[in-house]
Write a protein that binds this ligand. Structure first.
Ligand code: UDP
Length: 131
């Protein structure tokens, strides 16, 4: 029992921040990415500042405060909100709270030579980044 509690709190937790259209379009990509990395599906949650359902599309929906309160050694979030002003605000907030920028991309994204991507990029299926 104790051991399980310990291992849970030392795991990382991953968030898709934004549970509306943009976020729901990123979540399946995030899920596939984590699955390929061997991370349990329950370590992936939606975060949204508006109150609402407890679950969306099979994932827990947390407020940002709840996300920070989850037992986890590391927190990652991809900002899946179309409005860039909001993303900038949330990126600052996450950085202040030690929530790390998380890059999510579809399995069929094509990235050509000498492309540099910042942390936190969200790339949908069929995206091609050329040199
Ligand atoms: N949102 C949030 N924190 C903010 C601003 C927005 O969690 O500071 C959430 C908001 O509650 C909504 C989503 O971001 O669920 C934005 O959804 P919207 O349908 O406006 O646009 P989308 O980016 O999904 O296309």
């Amino acid at each position: 029992m104790k051991k399980e509690a310990f291992s849970r709190s030392t795991d990382a937790i991953y968030a898709v921040y934004g549970a509306s259209g943009c976020g729901r379009g990123i979540m399946p990509l995030a899920r596939a990415q984590l699955q390929a990395a061997g991370v349990a599906a329950d370590k992936l949650v939606f975060v949204d500042d508006a109150s609402g359902a407890a679950h969306i599309n099979g994932h827990r929906l947390l407020t940002y405060a709840q996300f920070l309160a989850e037992p986890a050694a590391q927190r990652y979030a991809v900002l899946a909100i179309a409005n860039g002003v909001v993303r900038e605000k949330l990126a600052r907030q996450c950085a202040q709270d030690g929530v790390q920028a998380w890059s999510v991309q579809a399995a069929n994204v094509v990235i050509m030579d000498a492309v540099e991507l910042g942390a936190g990029a969200a790339l949908s299926p069929f995206v091609t980044l050329t040199s």
